[in-house]
Design a protein around this ligand. Structure first.
Ligand code: NDP
Ligand SMILES: O=C1O[C@H](COP(=O)(O)O)[C@@H](O)[C@H](O)[C@H]1O
Length: 460
């Protein structure tokens, strides 16, 4: 049974319902399962079923918009002080799922709510006797500062055992993110160049054309740096930068990822960070007229270990930008010139978007009679790899929660280290967000962070 807190929200609609639909299509859901939605207002089962169908039409397989019909109930409001009808609804659903054979029922609470609601909902689970034996999924950001992270972590460990907790960072669940270490550790061609001797810079670039009007309340309280930088982009940076794990299993990979986050140098907000806010953001309903929330962030992160010392990790993301992409690019060092011509660029680039792709750009001979240089790119779409059709990240992670596999989820130690590196951006040196026009690449000053060659995506 999945109890979805925030069942009418943006995340539920864009990711959770389509993820469940993908699991149903892959036959990866239990034979008997139910979703109980909660929220801050009363709704009927039919109203939630409509939301689910609309979500699948818009964000899932529209031809099977009824795929979750019969599995969805609205369980009423639920707060710390007042459980509404949730306790009764869980009991009734448990009885229905257990059936005549009295089968065990796994209960998962999914907190698809803003970070400010994580602690009250956790206290609510305790107050209403709902915490025993359940699994609880927390969205990101898990805390909004080092202090609030510690408070939340302490509360969660008062209420739940660590084994009950699943902290999602869905970028870790992306097929292509998981391919980053396979590419490197299974292929000496890439493993051999994965260090400062061969890599001039790493770019993790996630421009989005998306608006935030549908989730203004959440977004204005959060901003790009908390929503994306300390979370997804740091985790992906760690996935790129990690040292070889002790063993090639998921637990050791997670440990290697956490270890390298401890080497992230605390950000220098004045030198290494540019924040932006797109023009018109303050006109969105639900956004304060004088909001200083960042809708764009570009940061130069330094990883102070022997493998990466001196190599900038350039991280960029924002809303209403010129393009929609999710690219991890290792910009390779190349000889200054070959046959009197500049060589390069050489790049290993992984697209995390959709099913994912790997692109290798190299210097080659320009076809023709002369010995001149050109560049060419070889691309591998990951869904071309047999048997094709990777699971979308939310489907993959929801499946992990259902089977109790915690290895692609973040841990307190890793998050603590991430917040330590991020903390200076929350202090008095936080730069004022600079305005940028919708449909552009963000404030001009962010271009300079990437050095003379600039951001690969902006150029292509
Ligand atoms: N949207 C996305 O693309 C992604 C979002 N996330 C994460 O998911 C979480 C939710 O984000 P998102 O869905 O975008 O945000 P929304 O603003 O859409 O909020 C989700 C739902 O949470 C409920 N809610 C809001 N405030 C409270 C509160 N104080 N107490 C209890 N419930 C509340 C609301 O439900 P109701 O109105 O019915 O009460 C709302 O619909 C965030 O932590 C975000 O970081 C993660 C990955 C992607
Ligand atoms: O967590 C979030 O991620 C999405 C991007 O997700 P993806 O499915 O396109 O990979 C982002 O738009 C959103 O702001 C953020 O909360």
């Amino acid at each position: 049974m999945l109890v979805l807190h925030g069942s009418r929200g943006d995340l539920a609609r864009r990711m959770v319902y389509p993820g469940l639909q993908a699991l149903a299509a892959a036959d990866l859901l239990p034979e008997r399962w139910l979703l109980l939605g909660t929220g801050r207002q009363e709704h009927t089962d039919d109203e939630l079923a409509d939301v689910v169908r609309e979500s699948l039409r818009e964000h899932g397989d529209a031809d099977r918009a009824d795929a979750l019909d019969g599995h969805v109930r609205y369980a009423s409001t639920f707060t710390e002080d007042e459980p509404g009808g949730l306790v009764d609804a869980i009991q009734a659903a448990t009885a229905d799922l257990a059936g005549d054979d009295d089968a065990d029922v796994t209960v998962v609470h999914y907190l698809a709510v803003p970070p400010s609601a994580f602690a009250p909902t956790t206290r609510g689970l305790r107050a209403h006797g709902l915490a025993d034996g359940v699994r609880v999924v927390y969205e990101k950001p898990y805390g909004t500062s080092p202090e609030s992270f510690e408070e939340l972590d302490a509360l969660v460990h008062e209420v739940l055992d660590e084994e009950q907790v699943f902290r999602i960072d869905h970028f870790l669940g992306k097929e292509a993110t998981q391919n980053l270490h396979v590419l490197r550790f299974a292929n000496e061609l890439f493993g051999g160049i994965w260090s400062r001797e061969h890599v001039a810079q790493v770019q993790i670039d996630v421009p989005e054309t998306l608006d935030v009007a549908d989730r203004a309340e959440f977004y204005d309280a959060t901003g790009a740096a908390l929503d994306m930088l300390v979370t997804h982009l740091f985790q992906v940076a760690a996935q790129v930068a990690m040292g070889p794990p002790a063993a090639m299993d998921a637990q050791n990979l997670a440990a290697a990822r956490e270890e390298v986050i401890r080497c992230f140098r605390p950000l220098d907000p004045r030198e290494d960070v540019v924040l932006g806010q797109f023009t018109g953001y303050r006109d969105i309903e639900g956004v304060a007229d004088d909001s200083t929330t960042d809708t764009f962030v570009a940061a130069r992160l330094w990883v102070d270990d022997d493998r990466w010392r001196g190599v900038p990790f350039l991280l960029r993301t924002g809303k209403r930008m010129a393009a929609q992409a999710q690219r991890v690019t290792l910009v390779l060092r190349t000889p200054d010139e070959l046959f009197g011509e500049p060589a390069g660029p050489g790049r290993v680039s992984v697209s995390l978007a959709g099913d994912g792709a790997i692109d290798i750009t190299t210097t080659v001979k320009r076809p023709g009679p002369d010995l001149a240089l050109a560049t060419g790119t070889a691309s591998l779409a990951l869904d071309d790899v047999e048997p094709g059709d990777p699971l979308p990240p939310y489907a993959s992670l929801l499946h992990d929660v259902l089977v109790g596999d915690r290895t692609l989820f973040t841990s307190p130690d890793g998050l603590r280290a991430a917040f330590a590196a991020f903390a200076p951006l929350l202090g008095p040196d936080r730069p004022e967000p600079e305005p940028y026009e919708p449909g552009t690449w963000g404030p001009a000053r962010a271009d300079a962070l990437a050095g003379p060659d600039g951001w690969v995506l902006t150029r292509s």
